[in-house]
Design a protein around this ligand. Structure first.
Ligand code: LLP
Length: 387
């Protein structure tokens, strides 16, 4: 069909520039989250009846206001540590434990025991766990996490399937796992796979569902199929937005053939990435060997993604938002590492100067969650906008 390529919608913060500049007065670096954007993304994932269970992967952003917002939108929560589990239970008192899923990786036995005792869902991804800790799993219901032999995603560091990845039981070991589970009276009630993050292929999830459903037919006791998270967001200005309608259509179609299974998803990034920005302030502008650099008061300590994955985040000078962005600058932070670079040759207003408030875009997922105190820098502040 011949139609123009879908454009990114205007980001929410374009309507809040004066407010954001004012908020920066209270101190930078500062994360700001826009709850209406979180709600809009949550609703985009609800426009299908194919999905029965939605878990938000709170490793992306555990901010309590975001958890409350997504709980109100009908989401449960996927946790990768007992501390995340405790955070959900403390933030949302009275939440039904059945809305919490624990997907540990190489956790000690005590963590499985604690999670099972709370009545939350727990994934297991090795035969070794059942063999070494039979009393932990005897007569329990568990979810089996699988490695479908392939990974996908925006960077090799976020692929969680295939031999090089530490996650998941390989399909070749399913029979051994089922036999071991049977011995213990352990019931496999769900099959789970999360193969990576930032996967820009709408049919990925329907393929994962199909693979898991055919395995579920073999296992026999399965009720739920969890196809993971990994939905991407457009980070660059000219990026094509993820085709969420095609994603939903794929799930509708595949679910129609496997109505006996309940379908679960566990997205993180898609729900929160575009809702978050970081406010930082320019410290110095320095020219060296023909390269002009603008330094900001937060760097890879505040937002690690560019240094860790070469990830792109838009950089905007809010103090001069009406000036043409016609001069190339490298945008750097204050950290004692050469990788402390937000972007190279970014086009910014020529007059960009010390004291200007800058905005780093699309930082709501894996931003504050991965912030750290390297060089003994304080963690950023966080605040919410709900209009
Ligand atoms: N479920 C499981 C089991 C996961 O391991 C993850 C993410 C998710 C769900 C949510 O994935 P999402 O929908 O957010 O793609 N720090 C990296 C991403 C690491 C993802 C870790 N696991 C980044 O900033 O790109």
């Amino acid at each position: 069909i011949a139609h123009g390529k879908p454009q990114r919608e205007t980001p929410w913060w374009r309507g809040h520039v004066a407010d954001l500049v004012a908020r920066a007065e209270a101190g930078t670096p500062r994360y700001v989250y826009h709850l209406p954007t979180v709600r809009a993304r949550a609703r985009a994932l609800r426009e299908t009846t194919a999905i029965d269970l939605r878990f938000y992967a709170l490793k992306a952003n555990p901010n309590p206001a975001i958890l409350r917002t997504l709980e109100a939108e009908g989401f449960g929560f996927e946790c990768v540590s007992l501390a995340e589990v405790a955070h959900v239970l403390a933030t949302l008192p009275g939440i039904d434990p059945a809305r919490v899923l624990f997907t540990p990786s190489f956790a000690p036995r005590a963590e499985y025991d604690a999670a099972l005792a709370k009545g939350i869902h727990v994934t297991v991804d090795s035969v070794e766990a059942l063999q070494r800790w039979p009393e932990s799993f005897r007569d329990r219901a568990i979810w089996l996490r699988l490695d479908l032999g392939r990974g996908d995603g925006h960077h090799e560091k976020v692929r969680t399937g295939g031999s090089d990845a530490k996650f998941g039981l390989p399909v070749a070991k399913v029979n051994a796992f089922v036999a071991e589970a049977r011995k213990l009276g352990t019931k496999i009630v769900a099959l789970h796979a999360h193969l990576g993050s930032g996967i820009d292929n709408p049919s990925h999830w329907r393929d994962v569902f199909a693979d898991l459903a055919s395995l579920a037919d073999q296992v026999g006791t399965v009720d739920i199929i969890d196809i993971g998270g990994g939905l991407p967001v457009p980070y660059t200005a000219d990026a094509r937005p993820f085709d969420i309608a095609a994603w939903r259509a794929g799930l509708d179609e595949i679910k129609a053939g496997y109505g006996r299974y309940r379908l679960a998803i566990e997205p993180g990034r898609y729900l929160v990435a575009e809702a978050g920005v970081v406010l930082v302030r320019a410290t110095q502008v320095i020219e060296k060997d023909g390269i002009r650099r603008v330094g900001l008061d937060g760097g890879m300590n505040v937002l690690m993604r560019p240094a860790m994955y070469g990830a792109y985040h838009g950089v905007h000078n809010l103090s001069r938002i009406d000036d043409a962005a016609i001069s190339a600058f490298d945008v750097v932070g204050p950290i004692c590492e050469s990788s402390d670079v937000f972007g190279r040759a970014r086009m910014l207003p020529a007059a960009s100067a010390e004291g200007d408030v800058f905005l780093i875009a699309d930082a709501g997922a894996y931003g504050m969650a991965m912030a750290n105190t390297y060089n003994l820098r304080a963690l950023p502040a966080e605040e919410i906008i709900d209009v």
